[in-house]
Design a protein around this ligand. Structure first.
Ligand code: ADP
Ligand code: MG
Length: 237
């Protein structure tokens, strides 16, 4: 592979570069920032799983993704890495506000992916917050949400901030992630999701991951994705 500078500047990875990375098997063959590579190595991630190999080259080229792969196949890194890289390439900083929103169906799953984000992203300087309700006073959260770069949230709590938090601003949002989309819909968040998506800027990248491809996931995809890559992985990873 051609040795692209690991700290590639904005716009370096375009559609033309995609084919160079399509066959990669290891994370360190991808054009990732050194900070992300270090985080992955220290967390002992080396080889990509099937869904990661299928989706990361597209996601790193700014494309929208509809990724379906069974539970345990490694979908979390398939969106955490593009989120980190997107904000890093955009030189996202403390004053830039909310750059990414990651939506997860339950507090527990949101908490788990937040841990992965902290671990793999530990060399980055972004601020990240877990907005899941229940555990923390919402009024206290309201004073801080605009200072966070990456929000990991359940739909209910995010909508609460959108409705109630004065000056809640996600107008600069770069990447929206809908994780475990089938479960988000199963637990009855369809209306909340529609309300959230309708309030987000249209010019953004959206990564939607799901264990199954149901009719309601397809509906959500139509509503939230633009010319997505459909990636469905069934093999053992
Ligand atoms: P999913 O969201 O598809 O159910 P997760 O992202 O939660 O799957 O990953 C499942 C497990 O696989 C986790 O324990 C995670 O640490 C591990 N895992 C993910 N990607 C890799 C990888 N590339 N190499 C080794 N282990 C991985
Ligand atoms: Mg998952």
């Amino acid at each position: 592979l051609p040795p692209l500078p690991s700290d590639a500047p904005v716009g370096q990875i375009d559609g033309g570069a995609f084919s160079l990375y399509a066959g990669c098997k290891k994370f360190n063959q991808l054009p990732l920032s050194q900070k992300t590579k270090d985080g992955l190595r220290e967390a002992k991630y080396a080889k990509m799983t099937e869904i990661q190999r299928a989706s990361l080259p597209h996601a790193l080229c700014d494309r929208d993704i509809l990724g379906a792969a069974k539970t345990g196949s490694g979908k979390t890194l398939a969106f955490i890495i593009p989120v980190l890289e997107k904000l890093y390439r955009a030189r996202w900083g403390p004053e830039d506000g909310v750059g990414s929103i990651i939506i997860s169906p339950t507090r527990e799953l949101a908490g788990q992916l937040f841990e992965v984000l902290k671990s793999v992203g530990k060399h980055h300087t972004f601020s990240a917050g877990l907005l899941i309700g229940g555990r923390k006073d919402v009024d206290e959260e309201k004073e801080h949400v605009n200072d966070l770069n990456i929000l990991v949230c359940t739909p209910g709590r995010l909508l609460q901030h959108m409705d109630e938090t004065p000056n809640f601003d996600c107008s600069q949002l770069q990447v929206l992630v809908l994780d475990e989309a089938d479960r988000i819909l199963d637990v009855g968040f369809k209306k909340a999701l529609n309300a959230i998506v309708s309030q987000l800027p249209k010019r953004r990248q959206t990564l939607l991951f799901s264990a199954t491809q149901t009719k309601s996931v397809q509906d959500l995809a139509r509503l939230s994705l633009k010319d997505p890559e459909y990636l469905s992985v069934h093999e053992e990873s």
